[in-house]
Design a protein. Structure first.
Length: 179
């Protein structure tokens, strides 16, 4: 007999009936939100996704540091920095996941070393919330991240609810050990 894979366990957990606890992310200043939203619209996406196998129209992984005067993503990185600084200026993120029309099935970010922050933008409707399940499986949160910043632990099962329209997202995360 074969063992049960992690993907099968996650899929089973998601099929279970749970009531969602609805939450709202934190609003940041309108100017920071607009600057980041504009930077997302102006993003020069690479020809190939940075995450093969992930369902997304576009998926870009960036390191936090600005790599000289030729860094084509400098304005996007600075806009991300400004948004997060309003909520947690000391969060030691080292990477950003920038997506367009990301379709997320339940998953774990097992390489993360800390919690994450996430924010969504766009004209999406009929869903698009970030869903997170408690590690013990007893609770589920559905978090509105539309132009709102939410902190969650990506090492817990999480996903994005289906939606219509265009949805951009930014995730600030830590993959290296912090001091």
């Amino acid at each position: 007999s074969r063992g049960i894979s992690m993907d099968e366990l996650i899929a089973e957990a998601v099929r279970c009936e749970h009531e969602y606890i609805e939450l709202e992310g934190v609003r940041v200043s309108e100017s920071s939100t607009k600057t980041l939203g504009d930077a997302l619209l102006a993003t020069r996406w690479p020809g190939q996704s940075h995450r093969a196998g992930v369902k997304s129209e576009r998926y870009l992984v960036l390191k936090r540091d600005i790599r000289g005067s030729n860094d084509v993503y400098a304005s996007l990185k600075l806009a991300c920095e400004a948004v997060l600084a309003e909520v947690d200026a000391d969060f030691p993120y080292d990477s950003l996941a920038i997506t367009k029309n990301f379709i997320s099935s339940p998953h774990l970010d097992i390489e993360d070393k800390s919690y994450q922050f996430a924010m969504a933008f766009g004209d999406f409707a009929d869903g698009g919330e970030l869903c997170v399940e408690a590690r013990d499986g007893t609770k589920r949160w559905m978090i509105n991240t539309r132009e709102r910043l939410a902190r969650f632990d990506g090492r817990s099962v999480h996903w994005v609810r289906g939606y219509t329209g265009t949805r951009y997202s930014v995730v600030w995360y830590v993959n290296r050990k912090t001091k």
